[in-house]
Write a protein that binds this ligand. Structure first.
Ligand code: NG1
Ligand code: ZN
Length: 550
Protein backbone atom coordinates (compact mmCIF):
# COMPACT_ATOMS: atom_id res chain seq x y z
CA UNK A 1 0.00 0.00 0.00
CA UNK A 2 1.53 3.29 -1.02
CA UNK A 3 -1.60 5.43 -0.69
CA UNK A 4 -4.32 5.32 1.94
CA UNK A 5 -7.08 2.76 1.20
CA UNK A 6 -9.56 5.62 1.11
CA UNK A 7 -12.60 3.59 0.03
CA UNK A 8 -12.11 0.87 2.65
CA UNK A 9 -11.69 3.54 5.32
CA UNK A 10 -14.74 5.46 4.11
CA UNK A 11 -17.08 2.47 4.22
CA UNK A 12 -16.03 1.51 7.73
CA UNK A 13 -15.75 5.10 9.03
CA UNK A 14 -19.38 5.67 8.07
CA UNK A 15 -20.30 2.95 10.56
CA UNK A 16 -18.54 4.84 13.35
CA UNK A 17 -19.71 8.45 13.06
CA UNK A 18 -18.42 11.04 15.48
CA UNK A 19 -21.13 12.39 17.81
CA UNK A 20 -21.35 16.07 16.81
CA UNK A 21 -21.72 17.41 20.35
CA UNK A 22 -18.55 15.83 21.73
CA UNK A 23 -14.98 17.06 21.80
CA UNK A 24 -12.30 14.49 22.57
CA UNK A 25 -8.83 14.97 23.97
CA UNK A 26 -5.89 12.59 24.17
CA UNK A 27 -4.76 13.42 27.72
CA UNK A 28 -2.25 11.94 30.15
CA UNK A 29 -4.22 8.69 30.18
CA UNK A 30 -5.21 8.62 26.49
CA UNK A 31 -8.81 9.26 25.51
CA UNK A 32 -11.09 8.78 28.50
CA UNK A 33 -14.78 9.50 28.89
CA UNK A 34 -18.14 7.69 29.09
CA UNK A 35 -17.76 4.27 27.47
CA UNK A 36 -20.83 4.69 25.29
CA UNK A 37 -19.47 7.79 23.55
CA UNK A 38 -16.15 6.35 22.41
CA UNK A 39 -17.14 4.32 19.33
CA UNK A 40 -15.76 6.75 16.73
CA UNK A 41 -12.65 7.35 18.80
CA UNK A 42 -11.89 3.62 18.90
CA UNK A 43 -12.23 3.24 15.14
CA UNK A 44 -9.91 6.16 14.52
CA UNK A 45 -7.39 5.00 17.13
CA UNK A 46 -7.27 1.65 15.30
CA UNK A 47 -6.12 3.48 12.19
CA UNK A 48 -3.76 5.74 14.11
CA UNK A 49 -2.11 2.75 15.81
CA UNK A 50 -1.52 1.20 12.39
CA UNK A 51 0.03 4.44 11.14
CA UNK A 52 2.23 4.70 14.22
CA UNK A 53 3.52 1.20 13.50
CA UNK A 54 4.22 2.08 9.85
CA UNK A 55 6.01 5.23 10.97
CA UNK A 56 8.22 3.10 13.23
CA UNK A 57 9.13 0.69 10.49
CA UNK A 58 6.57 -1.97 11.36
CA UNK A 59 7.35 -2.22 15.07
CA UNK A 60 4.44 -3.48 17.16
CA UNK A 61 2.31 -0.79 18.82
CA UNK A 62 0.05 -1.52 21.81
CA UNK A 63 -3.54 -0.42 22.28
CA UNK A 64 -5.15 -0.70 25.70
CA UNK A 65 -8.88 -0.20 26.24
CA UNK A 66 -9.45 0.78 29.86
CA UNK A 67 -10.53 3.57 32.16
CA UNK A 68 -8.39 2.31 35.03
CA UNK A 69 -9.67 3.44 38.45
CA UNK A 70 -12.52 5.51 37.01
CA UNK A 71 -16.19 4.48 37.35
CA UNK A 72 -17.37 1.39 35.50
CA UNK A 73 -19.39 3.42 32.97
CA UNK A 74 -16.25 5.21 31.80
CA UNK A 75 -13.86 3.76 29.32
CA UNK A 76 -10.80 4.87 27.44
CA UNK A 77 -8.03 3.97 25.08
CA UNK A 78 -4.32 4.63 24.94
CA UNK A 79 -1.47 3.72 22.65
CA UNK A 80 1.74 2.07 23.79
CA UNK A 81 5.04 2.70 21.99
CA UNK A 82 7.39 -0.14 20.94
CA UNK A 83 9.47 -0.29 24.12
CA UNK A 84 6.30 -0.55 26.17
CA UNK A 85 6.26 3.12 26.99
CA UNK A 86 3.57 5.76 26.67
CA UNK A 87 2.88 7.21 23.22
CA UNK A 88 5.33 9.94 22.15
CA UNK A 89 3.92 13.31 23.23
CA UNK A 90 3.77 14.86 19.73
CA UNK A 91 1.34 12.16 18.63
CA UNK A 92 -1.10 13.01 21.44
CA UNK A 93 -1.93 16.14 19.47
CA UNK A 94 -2.33 14.20 16.20
CA UNK A 95 -4.63 11.74 17.96
CA UNK A 96 -6.76 14.60 19.26
CA UNK A 97 -7.07 16.21 15.82
CA UNK A 98 -8.07 12.95 14.13
CA UNK A 99 -10.60 12.09 16.85
CA UNK A 100 -12.34 15.44 16.42
CA UNK A 101 -12.77 15.50 12.64
CA UNK A 102 -16.55 16.10 12.38
CA UNK A 103 -17.36 13.80 9.44
CA UNK A 104 -15.97 10.90 7.42
CA UNK A 105 -14.81 13.33 4.72
CA UNK A 106 -13.12 15.57 7.25
CA UNK A 107 -11.50 12.54 8.88
CA UNK A 108 -10.13 11.32 5.54
CA UNK A 109 -8.81 14.76 4.76
CA UNK A 110 -7.15 15.05 8.18
CA UNK A 111 -5.70 11.58 7.75
CA UNK A 112 -4.18 12.37 4.35
CA UNK A 113 -2.73 15.62 5.63
CA UNK A 114 -1.27 13.83 8.62
CA UNK A 115 0.30 11.01 6.59
CA UNK A 116 1.97 13.61 4.40
CA UNK A 117 3.10 15.90 7.23
CA UNK A 118 4.43 13.04 9.36
CA UNK A 119 6.09 11.49 6.28
CA UNK A 120 4.57 8.08 6.92
CA UNK A 121 5.65 5.44 4.41
CA UNK A 122 2.42 3.55 3.80
CA UNK A 123 4.22 0.66 2.14
CA UNK A 124 5.66 -0.39 5.53
CA UNK A 125 3.95 -3.17 7.48
CA UNK A 126 1.79 -2.31 10.50
CA UNK A 127 1.53 -4.45 13.61
CA UNK A 128 -0.55 -3.92 16.72
CA UNK A 129 -1.29 -5.87 19.90
CA UNK A 130 -4.43 -4.89 21.82
CA UNK A 131 -6.28 -5.75 25.00
CA UNK A 132 -9.13 -4.53 27.19
CA UNK A 133 -10.09 -4.57 30.85
CA UNK A 134 -13.34 -6.10 32.20
CA UNK A 135 -15.63 -3.09 31.63
CA UNK A 136 -19.01 -4.00 30.10
CA UNK A 137 -18.49 -1.45 27.31
CA UNK A 138 -15.21 -3.15 26.34
CA UNK A 139 -16.36 -5.73 23.73
CA UNK A 140 -18.24 -3.19 21.58
CA UNK A 141 -15.36 -0.73 21.76
CA UNK A 142 -12.87 -3.41 20.78
CA UNK A 143 -15.09 -4.25 17.78
CA UNK A 144 -14.86 -0.59 16.67
CA UNK A 145 -11.10 -0.67 17.16
CA UNK A 146 -10.90 -3.83 15.04
CA UNK A 147 -12.80 -2.05 12.25
CA UNK A 148 -10.04 0.55 12.33
CA UNK A 149 -7.43 -2.20 11.98
CA UNK A 150 -9.40 -3.74 9.14
CA UNK A 151 -9.67 -0.41 7.31
CA UNK A 152 -5.89 -0.08 7.19
CA UNK A 153 -5.19 -3.81 6.89
CA UNK A 154 -3.25 -3.86 10.15
CA UNK A 155 -1.72 -7.13 11.34
CA UNK A 156 -3.43 -7.08 14.76
CA UNK A 157 -3.00 -9.53 17.64
CA UNK A 158 -5.76 -9.75 20.22
CA UNK A 159 -4.33 -10.16 23.74
CA UNK A 160 -7.86 -10.48 25.12
CA UNK A 161 -8.86 -9.33 28.58
CA UNK A 162 -5.77 -8.44 30.56
CA UNK A 163 -4.11 -5.81 32.72
CA UNK A 164 -2.56 -2.61 31.38
CA UNK A 165 0.95 -3.59 32.55
CA UNK A 166 0.70 -7.01 30.91
CA UNK A 167 -0.18 -5.31 27.61
CA UNK A 168 2.89 -3.05 28.00
CA UNK A 169 5.00 -6.13 28.78
CA UNK A 170 3.72 -7.85 25.64
CA UNK A 171 4.58 -4.88 23.45
CA UNK A 172 8.16 -4.78 24.69
CA UNK A 173 8.55 -8.56 24.53
CA UNK A 174 7.28 -8.75 20.96
CA UNK A 175 9.56 -5.95 19.79
CA UNK A 176 12.69 -7.31 21.49
CA UNK A 177 12.16 -10.98 20.66
CA UNK A 178 15.37 -12.64 19.49
CA UNK A 179 17.53 -9.57 20.23
CA UNK A 180 20.09 -9.07 22.99
CA UNK A 181 17.47 -6.95 24.80
CA UNK A 182 14.86 -9.74 24.76
CA UNK A 183 12.43 -8.82 27.53
CA UNK A 184 10.55 -12.08 28.00
CA UNK A 185 8.29 -14.58 26.34
CA UNK A 186 5.46 -12.68 24.64
CA UNK A 187 2.51 -14.23 26.46
CA UNK A 188 0.66 -13.75 29.74
CA UNK A 189 2.13 -17.05 30.88
CA UNK A 190 5.61 -15.80 29.98
CA UNK A 191 4.99 -12.71 32.11
CA UNK A 192 3.79 -14.71 35.12
CA UNK A 193 6.69 -17.16 34.83
CA UNK A 194 9.37 -14.52 34.45
CA UNK A 195 8.25 -12.57 37.50
CA UNK A 196 7.35 -15.50 39.74
CA UNK A 197 10.57 -17.41 39.02
CA UNK A 198 12.67 -14.41 40.05
CA UNK A 199 10.44 -13.80 43.08
CA UNK A 200 10.87 -17.38 44.31
CA UNK A 201 14.65 -17.11 44.04
CA UNK A 202 14.60 -13.87 46.01
CA UNK A 203 12.56 -15.21 48.93
CA UNK A 204 14.09 -18.70 49.02
CA UNK A 205 15.04 -19.58 52.57
CA UNK A 206 13.13 -16.65 54.10
CA UNK A 207 10.51 -17.53 56.72
CA UNK A 208 7.01 -17.82 55.23
CA UNK A 209 5.05 -14.64 55.68
CA UNK A 210 1.43 -14.52 56.89
CA UNK A 211 -1.08 -14.41 54.01
CA UNK A 212 -1.30 -11.22 52.00
CA UNK A 213 -4.81 -10.01 51.23
CA UNK A 214 -5.24 -8.55 47.73
CA UNK A 215 -8.24 -6.36 46.94
CA UNK A 216 -8.59 -6.77 43.16
CA UNK A 217 -11.08 -3.86 42.76
CA UNK A 218 -13.41 -6.36 41.02
CA UNK A 219 -11.29 -5.74 37.96
CA UNK A 220 -9.02 -7.43 35.47
CA UNK A 221 -6.19 -7.74 38.01
CA UNK A 222 -8.17 -10.55 39.67
CA UNK A 223 -7.28 -12.93 36.86
CA UNK A 224 -3.53 -12.31 36.88
CA UNK A 225 -3.49 -12.25 40.70
CA UNK A 226 -5.12 -15.70 40.73
CA UNK A 227 -2.46 -16.95 38.33
CA UNK A 228 0.29 -15.62 40.57
CA UNK A 229 -1.35 -17.18 43.64
CA UNK A 230 -1.38 -20.54 41.90
CA UNK A 231 2.19 -20.40 40.66
CA UNK A 232 3.67 -18.91 43.85
CA UNK A 233 2.04 -21.39 46.22
CA UNK A 234 3.82 -21.40 49.58
CA UNK A 235 6.38 -18.84 48.42
CA UNK A 236 3.66 -16.22 49.04
CA UNK A 237 0.31 -17.21 50.55
CA UNK A 238 -2.34 -14.94 49.02
CA UNK A 239 -6.02 -14.33 49.81
CA UNK A 240 -7.94 -12.69 46.96
CA UNK A 241 -10.88 -10.37 47.68
CA UNK A 242 -13.10 -8.36 45.30
CA UNK A 243 -12.61 -10.64 42.32
CA UNK A 244 -16.12 -10.26 40.87
CA UNK A 245 -15.66 -9.13 37.26
CA UNK A 246 -19.19 -9.90 36.07
CA UNK A 247 -21.69 -8.23 38.42
CA UNK A 248 -22.58 -4.81 36.97
CA UNK A 249 -21.58 -1.79 39.02
CA UNK A 250 -18.98 -3.34 41.32
CA UNK A 251 -15.76 -2.40 39.47
CA UNK A 252 -13.73 0.08 41.57
CA UNK A 253 -16.84 0.58 43.70
CA UNK A 254 -16.00 1.04 47.39
CA UNK A 255 -12.76 -0.82 46.79
CA UNK A 256 -9.52 -0.63 44.86
CA UNK A 257 -6.41 1.53 45.04
CA UNK A 258 -8.11 4.82 44.18
CA UNK A 259 -10.78 4.31 46.85
CA UNK A 260 -8.09 3.64 49.45
CA UNK A 261 -5.97 6.63 48.42
CA UNK A 262 -8.75 9.18 48.13
CA UNK A 263 -10.88 8.01 51.07
CA UNK A 264 -7.88 7.09 53.20
CA UNK A 265 -9.83 4.19 54.67
CA UNK A 266 -10.34 0.44 54.51
CA UNK A 267 -12.60 -0.83 51.71
CA UNK A 268 -15.67 -2.06 53.66
CA UNK A 269 -15.48 -5.45 51.93
CA UNK A 270 -12.12 -6.10 53.60
CA UNK A 271 -13.30 -5.49 57.15
CA UNK A 272 -14.15 -9.15 57.76
CA UNK A 273 -10.86 -10.39 56.28
CA UNK A 274 -8.20 -8.14 57.75
CA UNK A 275 -6.84 -8.86 61.22
CA UNK A 276 -4.81 -6.28 63.17
CA UNK A 277 -1.21 -6.31 61.99
CA UNK A 278 -1.98 -8.23 58.79
CA UNK A 279 -0.97 -6.46 55.60
CA UNK A 280 -3.19 -6.04 52.59
CA UNK A 281 -3.09 -4.21 49.29
CA UNK A 282 -5.50 -2.85 46.70
CA UNK A 283 -5.10 -2.83 42.93
CA UNK A 284 -7.01 -0.46 40.67
CA UNK A 285 -9.32 -1.43 37.80
CA UNK A 286 -6.53 -2.17 35.32
CA UNK A 287 -3.92 -3.24 37.89
CA UNK A 288 -1.32 -0.54 37.37
CA UNK A 289 -1.75 1.12 40.77
CA UNK A 290 -1.01 -0.40 44.15
CA UNK A 291 -1.82 0.73 47.69
CA UNK A 292 -0.80 -1.20 50.82
CA UNK A 293 -2.40 -0.81 54.23
CA UNK A 294 -2.84 -2.47 57.61
CA UNK A 295 -4.86 -2.09 60.79
CA UNK A 296 -3.00 -1.49 64.04
CA UNK A 297 -3.80 -3.15 67.37
CA UNK A 298 -6.53 -0.60 68.00
CA UNK A 299 -8.09 -1.31 64.63
CA UNK A 300 -6.88 2.01 63.24
CA UNK A 301 -6.28 2.13 59.46
CA UNK A 302 -2.80 2.96 58.13
CA UNK A 303 -2.08 3.52 54.47
CA UNK A 304 1.22 2.73 52.73
CA UNK A 305 1.00 4.64 49.47
CA UNK A 306 3.23 5.08 46.43
CA UNK A 307 5.59 7.34 48.38
CA UNK A 308 6.04 4.69 51.09
CA UNK A 309 6.60 2.05 48.40
CA UNK A 310 9.26 4.24 46.76
CA UNK A 311 11.05 4.78 50.08
CA UNK A 312 10.99 1.08 50.95
CA UNK A 313 12.17 -0.10 47.56
CA UNK A 314 14.82 2.59 47.02
CA UNK A 315 16.39 2.01 50.43
CA UNK A 316 16.59 -1.72 49.72
CA UNK A 317 18.14 -1.28 46.29
CA UNK A 318 20.71 1.17 47.70
CA UNK A 319 21.60 -1.40 50.36
CA UNK A 320 22.10 -4.13 47.77
CA UNK A 321 24.14 -1.86 45.50
CA UNK A 322 26.45 -1.09 48.44
CA UNK A 323 26.66 -4.75 49.46
CA UNK A 324 27.59 -5.58 45.87
CA UNK A 325 30.45 -3.08 45.96
CA UNK A 326 28.89 -1.01 43.18
CA UNK A 327 28.06 2.24 44.95
CA UNK A 328 30.55 4.21 42.86
CA UNK A 329 29.16 2.90 39.58
CA UNK A 330 25.44 2.66 40.18
CA UNK A 331 23.59 5.72 41.46
CA UNK A 332 20.02 5.38 42.62
CA UNK A 333 17.65 8.34 42.27
CA UNK A 334 14.00 9.08 42.95
CA UNK A 335 11.35 10.83 40.88
CA UNK A 336 8.20 12.22 42.47
CA UNK A 337 5.41 14.65 41.63
CA UNK A 338 4.02 17.54 43.66
CA UNK A 339 1.52 15.08 45.17
CA UNK A 340 4.32 13.27 47.02
CA UNK A 341 3.80 13.66 50.73
CA UNK A 342 6.10 16.28 52.26
CA UNK A 343 7.17 13.65 54.82
CA UNK A 344 8.43 11.39 52.05
CA UNK A 345 10.22 14.17 50.19
CA UNK A 346 12.05 15.17 53.37
CA UNK A 347 13.03 11.58 54.17
CA UNK A 348 14.20 10.82 50.66
CA UNK A 349 16.09 14.06 49.93
CA UNK A 350 18.15 13.47 53.08
CA UNK A 351 19.34 10.20 51.53
CA UNK A 352 19.16 10.28 47.73
CA UNK A 353 18.84 12.57 44.70
CA UNK A 354 15.15 13.44 44.27
CA UNK A 355 13.55 15.12 41.27
CA UNK A 356 10.03 16.54 41.12
CA UNK A 357 8.24 16.47 37.75
CA UNK A 358 4.73 17.32 36.48
CA UNK A 359 1.94 14.76 36.92
CA UNK A 360 1.73 12.05 34.30
CA UNK A 361 3.62 8.81 33.92
CA UNK A 362 5.55 9.97 30.86
CA UNK A 363 7.21 12.76 32.85
CA UNK A 364 8.15 10.42 35.68
CA UNK A 365 9.38 7.72 33.37
CA UNK A 366 11.59 10.02 31.33
CA UNK A 367 13.12 11.64 34.40
CA UNK A 368 13.81 8.21 35.92
CA UNK A 369 15.73 7.23 32.79
CA UNK A 370 18.37 9.80 33.72
CA UNK A 371 19.49 7.79 36.75
CA UNK A 372 21.41 4.50 36.75
CA UNK A 373 18.53 3.15 38.80
CA UNK A 374 15.48 5.43 38.73
CA UNK A 375 12.72 4.77 41.24
CA UNK A 376 9.53 6.61 40.33
CA UNK A 377 6.18 6.48 42.05
CA UNK A 378 3.14 8.67 42.15
CA UNK A 379 1.57 8.96 45.59
CA UNK A 380 -1.49 7.20 44.14
CA UNK A 381 0.51 3.99 43.78
CA UNK A 382 1.56 4.09 40.14
CA UNK A 383 5.24 3.53 39.62
CA UNK A 384 8.16 1.29 38.84
CA UNK A 385 11.96 1.12 38.88
CA UNK A 386 14.12 1.58 35.79
CA UNK A 387 17.59 0.06 35.46
CA UNK A 388 19.60 1.74 32.71
CA UNK A 389 21.05 -0.53 30.01
CA UNK A 390 24.53 0.32 31.31
CA UNK A 391 23.53 -0.68 34.86
CA UNK A 392 22.16 -3.97 33.61
CA UNK A 393 25.42 -4.58 31.78
CA UNK A 394 27.41 -3.82 34.95
CA UNK A 395 25.28 -6.26 36.95
CA UNK A 396 25.79 -8.96 34.36
CA UNK A 397 29.55 -8.48 34.07
CA UNK A 398 30.71 -7.43 37.54
CA UNK A 399 33.12 -9.89 39.17
CA UNK A 400 32.26 -10.04 42.87
CA UNK A 401 35.24 -10.26 45.24
CA UNK A 402 33.39 -11.83 48.19
CA UNK A 403 30.49 -14.26 48.63
CA UNK A 404 28.45 -11.40 50.14
CA UNK A 405 28.98 -9.30 47.01
CA UNK A 406 28.03 -12.24 44.86
CA UNK A 407 24.76 -12.73 46.77
CA UNK A 408 23.92 -9.04 46.51
CA UNK A 409 24.48 -9.03 42.76
CA UNK A 410 22.35 -12.12 42.28
CA UNK A 411 19.58 -10.43 44.25
CA UNK A 412 19.84 -7.30 42.10
CA UNK A 413 19.69 -9.34 38.91
CA UNK A 414 16.58 -11.13 40.15
CA UNK A 415 15.02 -7.84 41.23
CA UNK A 416 15.38 -6.55 37.68
CA UNK A 417 13.37 -9.61 36.57
CA UNK A 418 10.59 -9.08 39.15
CA UNK A 419 10.09 -5.47 38.11
CA UNK A 420 8.01 -4.53 35.07
CA UNK A 421 10.16 -1.72 33.73
CA UNK A 422 7.73 -0.72 31.01
CA UNK A 423 5.16 0.94 33.27
CA UNK A 424 3.68 0.89 36.79
CA UNK A 425 2.49 -2.64 37.52
CA UNK A 426 0.53 -3.32 40.70
CA UNK A 427 1.24 -7.05 40.82
CA UNK A 428 4.91 -6.82 39.97
CA UNK A 429 5.32 -3.92 42.43
CA UNK A 430 3.49 -5.95 45.06
CA UNK A 431 5.94 -8.82 44.68
CA UNK A 432 8.84 -6.37 44.86
CA UNK A 433 7.44 -5.00 48.12
CA UNK A 434 7.02 -8.54 49.44
CA UNK A 435 10.66 -9.30 48.63
CA UNK A 436 11.82 -6.28 50.62
CA UNK A 437 9.51 -7.04 53.55
CA UNK A 438 10.79 -10.63 53.62
CA UNK A 439 14.43 -9.56 53.48
CA UNK A 440 14.05 -6.87 56.12
CA UNK A 441 11.64 -8.94 58.27
CA UNK A 442 9.37 -5.89 58.30
CA UNK A 443 5.68 -5.98 59.06
CA UNK A 444 3.43 -3.12 57.92
CA UNK A 445 4.08 -1.15 61.08
CA UNK A 446 7.87 -1.29 60.71
CA UNK A 447 7.66 -0.28 57.06
CA UNK A 448 5.32 2.57 57.97
CA UNK A 449 7.84 3.84 60.55
CA UNK A 450 10.41 4.79 57.87
CA UNK A 451 8.92 8.28 58.07
CA UNK A 452 5.67 9.90 59.11
CA UNK A 453 3.18 11.15 56.52
CA UNK A 454 1.91 14.69 56.87
CA UNK A 455 -1.91 14.77 56.99
CA UNK A 456 -3.17 15.84 53.57
CA UNK A 457 -6.30 16.52 51.63
CA UNK A 458 -7.04 16.41 47.89
CA UNK A 459 -10.21 18.10 46.60
CA UNK A 460 -11.72 18.75 43.18
CA UNK A 461 -13.12 22.10 42.13
CA UNK A 462 -15.51 22.20 39.17
CA UNK A 463 -14.79 25.43 37.27
CA UNK A 464 -16.23 26.83 34.04
CA UNK A 465 -12.87 26.72 32.25
CA UNK A 466 -9.92 24.85 33.69
CA UNK A 467 -7.61 25.92 30.83
CA UNK A 468 -7.10 29.31 32.48
CA UNK A 469 -4.99 27.52 35.12
CA UNK A 470 -1.34 27.47 34.11
CA UNK A 471 1.45 26.19 36.30
CA UNK A 472 5.25 26.25 36.64
CA UNK A 473 7.87 24.60 38.83
CA UNK A 474 6.57 21.05 38.24
CA UNK A 475 3.01 22.24 38.83
CA UNK A 476 3.78 23.49 42.31
CA UNK A 477 2.97 27.11 41.48
CA UNK A 478 0.33 28.89 39.44
CA UNK A 479 1.30 31.52 36.91
CA UNK A 480 -2.28 32.06 35.80
CA UNK A 481 -4.80 33.35 36.74
CA UNK A 482 -2.57 36.26 37.80
CA UNK A 483 -2.45 37.00 41.53
CA UNK A 484 -3.91 33.68 42.61
CA UNK A 485 -0.59 32.15 43.67
CA UNK A 486 0.16 35.12 45.94
CA UNK A 487 -3.16 34.61 47.73
CA UNK A 488 -2.40 30.90 48.16
CA UNK A 489 1.08 31.74 49.51
CA UNK A 490 -0.39 34.13 52.07
CA UNK A 491 -2.71 31.44 53.28
CA UNK A 492 -0.16 28.63 53.38
CA UNK A 493 2.15 30.72 55.58
CA UNK A 494 -0.42 30.57 58.38
CA UNK A 495 -0.20 26.78 58.68
CA UNK A 496 2.52 24.79 60.42
CA UNK A 497 4.25 22.59 57.80
CA UNK A 498 1.70 23.94 55.34
CA UNK A 499 1.93 23.28 51.61
CA UNK A 500 -0.74 23.66 48.96
CA UNK A 501 -0.95 23.79 45.20
CA UNK A 502 -3.54 24.02 42.46
CA UNK A 503 -3.43 22.44 39.00
CA UNK A 504 -5.85 21.55 36.23
CA UNK A 505 -6.48 17.82 35.94
CA UNK A 506 -5.25 16.12 32.79
CA UNK A 507 -7.92 13.41 32.93
CA UNK A 508 -11.06 15.10 34.30
CA UNK A 509 -12.75 18.42 33.72
CA UNK A 510 -11.79 19.76 37.15
CA UNK A 511 -9.10 21.69 38.98
CA UNK A 512 -7.36 19.78 41.78
CA UNK A 513 -6.37 21.35 45.08
CA UNK A 514 -3.86 19.58 47.31
CA UNK A 515 -2.93 20.67 50.81
CA UNK A 516 -0.96 19.27 53.69
CA UNK A 517 -0.20 20.50 57.20
CA UNK A 518 1.12 19.18 60.48
CA UNK A 519 -2.32 18.31 61.84
CA UNK A 520 -5.30 16.73 60.13
CA UNK A 521 -7.85 19.50 60.78
CA UNK A 522 -5.43 22.11 59.44
CA UNK A 523 -4.72 20.16 56.26
CA UNK A 524 -8.48 19.91 55.62
CA UNK A 525 -9.02 23.57 56.39
CA UNK A 526 -6.16 24.69 54.16
CA UNK A 527 -7.47 22.58 51.25
CA UNK A 528 -10.99 23.96 51.66
CA UNK A 529 -9.78 27.55 51.93
CA UNK A 530 -7.63 27.26 48.81
CA UNK A 531 -10.57 25.63 47.03
CA UNK A 532 -12.67 28.60 48.16
CA UNK A 533 -10.17 31.03 46.62
CA UNK A 534 -10.18 29.09 43.34
CA UNK A 535 -13.95 29.11 43.38
CA UNK A 536 -14.18 32.88 43.96
CA UNK A 537 -11.57 33.60 41.31
CA UNK A 538 -13.20 31.65 38.50
CA UNK A 539 -16.73 32.90 38.97
CA UNK A 540 -18.05 29.35 39.20
CA UNK A 541 -21.80 29.04 39.81
CA UNK A 542 -22.23 29.97 43.51
CA UNK A 543 -25.26 27.69 43.92
CA UNK A 544 -22.98 24.72 43.08
CA UNK A 545 -20.38 25.67 45.66
CA UNK A 546 -19.75 22.81 48.12
CA UNK A 547 -20.48 23.94 51.69
CA UNK A 548 -17.01 23.06 52.96
CA UNK A 549 -15.19 25.36 50.48
CA UNK A 550 -14.56 28.21 52.91
P1 NG1 B 1 -4.89 14.14 36.79
O1 NG1 B 1 -6.35 13.95 36.52
O2 NG1 B 1 -4.14 14.93 35.75
O3 NG1 B 1 -4.69 14.67 38.19
C1 NG1 B 1 -4.59 11.55 37.46
C2 NG1 B 1 -3.64 11.33 38.61
C3 NG1 B 1 -2.24 11.19 38.02
C4 NG1 B 1 -2.17 10.09 36.96
C5 NG1 B 1 -3.28 10.28 35.94
C6 NG1 B 1 -3.37 9.15 34.94
C7 NG1 B 1 -3.64 12.28 40.87
C8 NG1 B 1 -3.74 13.49 41.70
N1 NG1 B 1 -3.67 12.46 39.54
O4 NG1 B 1 -4.19 12.70 36.77
O5 NG1 B 1 -1.34 10.96 39.05
O6 NG1 B 1 -2.21 8.82 37.56
O7 NG1 B 1 -4.55 10.44 36.58
O8 NG1 B 1 -4.16 8.10 35.35
O9 NG1 B 1 -3.55 11.16 41.40
ZN1 ZN C 1 -4.87 2.19 36.42
Amino acid sequence: MSTLPVEAIRVLADRHPKPSSLKFQYGTAGFRTLGNSLDSVMFRVGILAGLRSKKLDGKTIGVMVTASHNPEADNGVKLVDPRGEMLEAAWEGHATVLANAPSTDAFLEALEGFVKAAKIDLSKPSKVVYARDTRPSGPALVAALEDGFKALNVDARNAGVTTTPILHYLVRSINTKGTKDAYGEDSEEGYINKISTAFKKLVAGKPASPPLIIDCANGVGAKAAAEFAKVLGDALPITLVNTDTTTPGVLNHQCGADFVKTQQKLPPSLASHLKPGQRACSLDGDADRLMYFYLDERGQFHMLDGDKIAALVAAFIVELVKAAGLEEKVRVGIVQTAYANGGSTKYLTERLPVKCVPTGVKHLHHAAEHYDVGVYFEANGHGTVLFSPETQRILAEHQPSTPAQSTAITHLINIVQVINQTVGDALSDMLLVEVVLAHKSYNGYEWDSLYEDLPNRLVKVVVPDRTIFKTEDAERRLVSPPGLQARIDDLVRKYASGRAFVRPSGTEDVVRVYAEARVRAQADELAFRVAGIVYDETGADPTQRPAEFL
